[in-house]
Design a protein around this ligand. Structure first.
Ligand SMILES: *Cc1c(COP(=O)(O)O)cnc(C)c1O
Length: 403
């Protein structure tokens, strides 16, 4: 009792010392005064839903991505669902995806009536292990749905070659990957179909929002219909010169359209994106430098092909034996010291629904499970200062009891 009591004041001093520093989030959007003014101008214009600013933003996206079309929608989740619906999956049809992703990737397959077939990931990039793909292909396979984890492009040449061989579609979950490049080509400028996210945690934001790019005209047409009630104004225009208020329903669609209020943000976010990624890259280089050879951590690994990493996340693994704490303990200790961290991701296949419905169990995808148990996303956002980052690193050293 005596020892404990005498320790209390020191502990309290220490706590109050550290907690005076403002909370440092793991992610934070950078919204310029010009973007805020644009939102206000949009609100004052009288046109706040899909309209001229959305059109302008889509043109800007097409130019930036070097994409044949850029179809905005309410979120990447909506975009993924629409691409899966557009595949017309029949009961028993399979879509191969990664065991290390956000739930939305798998949910979109299931909601469109398909069966998710998972492939384990590489232990150090968390991207799907492409050499396992071929073994996962069956006569029921319709598509491959890779994720560019943290903005590191997967080996698309390998995947496209396999897709050609077996006649499969390739839908990229590019939620992390706007601005990323694979062998000198921007993600979204080539291949089949891609889905980007503008959620506030992502590299650029429109509040909520997403975008589908595709080189396939049929997919473009389907997404255009699906995102707004299935309304086909062009079809009507072909038959009638009468008022534009007439329309036809080509198919039962969703209400997944993008608002001009969102576009007002996007119009100013997109020109800033390369600067955001450069700043993220600088901070990541510093993390690599300063955390090199820490036995408490395993830092994300590299790939040999040419690419531009979008650095949406910097997510090392905690080595509990060396760290003296597991990942959850580490996250709690950081939070206690006013530093936010993120968990990307918990292995989706171990969630009750996926376990029960598809019979997944622990041991099925050992690399994804090890990442799920040990991964932590450290603070990383464009306006984070070197001093903020040093505080993160010093706090980690303190938690790990390094001298
Ligand atoms: C964020 C994210 C999504 C969903 O994006 P929303 O725009 O929030 O719907 C899908 N897949 C991955 C891998 C993501 O990180």
């Amino acid at each position: 009792m005596k020892t404990v009591a005498s320790e209390i004041p020191t502990l309290q001093t220490k706590m109050s010392e550290t907690s005076t520093a403002a909370f440092l989030p793991f992610s934070k959007p950078t919204i310029s005064p010009a973007a805020i003014a644009e939102v206000v101008a949009c609100l004052e214009s009288g046109w706040i839903t899909t309209g001229p600013r959305t059109k302008q933003f889509e043109t800007m996206l097409r130019d930036y991505l070097h994409a044949p079309c850029a179809l905005t929608c309410s979120s990447a989740t909506a975009g993924l669902l629409m691409t899966m619906i557009a595949l017309d999956l029949q009961p028993g049809d399979e879509v191969i995806t990664t065991a290390m992703t956000f739930a939305a990737t798998l949910n979109s397959i299931v909601l469109a009536g398909g069966k998710p077939v998972l492939v384990d990931v590489e232990p150090h990039t968390y991207n799907l292990e492409v050499k396992h793909l071929e073994a996962a292909i069956t006569p029921r396979t319709r598509a491959i749905l890779p994720v560019h984890f943290a903005g590191l492009p997967v080996d698309l040449d390998f995947i496209h070659a396999l897709a050609r061989k077996y006649g499969l579609r390739v839908i990229e979950d590019a939620a992390h990957a706007i601005g990323a490049e694979y062998k000198g080509r921007r993600i979204g400028s080539f291949g089949d179909t891609q889905v980007f996210s503008f959620h506030p945690n992502k590299n650029m934001t429109t509040g909520e929002g997403g975008c589908v790019t595709t080189t396939d005209r049929a997919m473009e047409k389907r997404i255009t219909l699906l995102r707004f009630h299935g309304i086909d104004r062009e079809a009507w225009a072909r038959f009638s010169k009468a008022g534009s208020s007439h329309y036809e329903i080509a198919l039962p669609g969703y209400k997944f359209n993008f608002m001009d209020i969102q576009a007002a943000l996007g119009i100013h976010q997109l020109p800033a994106l390369d600067g955001f990624i450069d700043r993220r890259t600088t901070l990541v280089r510093r993390y690599y430098e300063k955390l090199a050879d820490w036995p408490e951590l395993t830092l994300p690994g590299k790939v040999s092909y040419e690419h531009r990493h979008a650095w949406h996340l910097f997510a090392p693994l905690i080595n509990p034996d060396a760290a003296g704490t597991d990942r959850d303990g580490f996250m709690a200790a950081m939070k206690e010291r006013n530093i936010g961290t993120g968990l990307h991701y918990q292995a989706v296949h171990l969630s009750p629904y996926y376990r029960d419905q598809f019979g997944f169990q622990r041991g099925d995808f050992p690399n994804a499970e090890a990442i799920s148990d040990r991964v932590v996303s450290l603070p990383l956002f464009p306006t984070m200062t070197e001093a903020d980052q040093d505080r993160v690193i010093e706090t980690m050293a303190d938690i790990f009891k390094r001298d």
